[in-house]
Design a binder for this molecule. Structure first.
Ligand SMILES: [Zn+2]
Length: 82
């Protein structure tokens, strides 16, 4: 387990609620790229939250898409070499 895992776990709620700042989001998603366990945890947590209270998509922070698209590009780079 990465040492960042516990840090990431603490931030999950903030991230999902859109309360985390850009650097926190960036570090969070960067960690997800290298840690499948946290991806699973994140997805489960998000589904739980979603089930608890249907979030309005408009509540996502303005730079959410920016962060995500950057992260997805990085993921593709990583995957391309195996
Ligand atoms: Zn992790």
């Amino acid at each position: 387990m990465y040492k960042e895992c516990s840090e990431v776990a603490q931030k999950i709620s903030e991230i999902i609620d859109g309360e985390a700042d850009l650097m926190t989001s960036f570090r969070f998603y960067t960690h997800l790229m290298v840690c499948p366990k946290c991806i699973k945890y994140f997805n489960q947590f998000r589904l739980m939250k979603k089930a608890a209270s249907e979030p309005d998509p408009d509540q996502l922070p303005a730079d959410f898409d920016k962060v995500m698209s950057f992260v997805m590009e990085e993921v593709e780079h990583n995957c391309s070499h195996g």
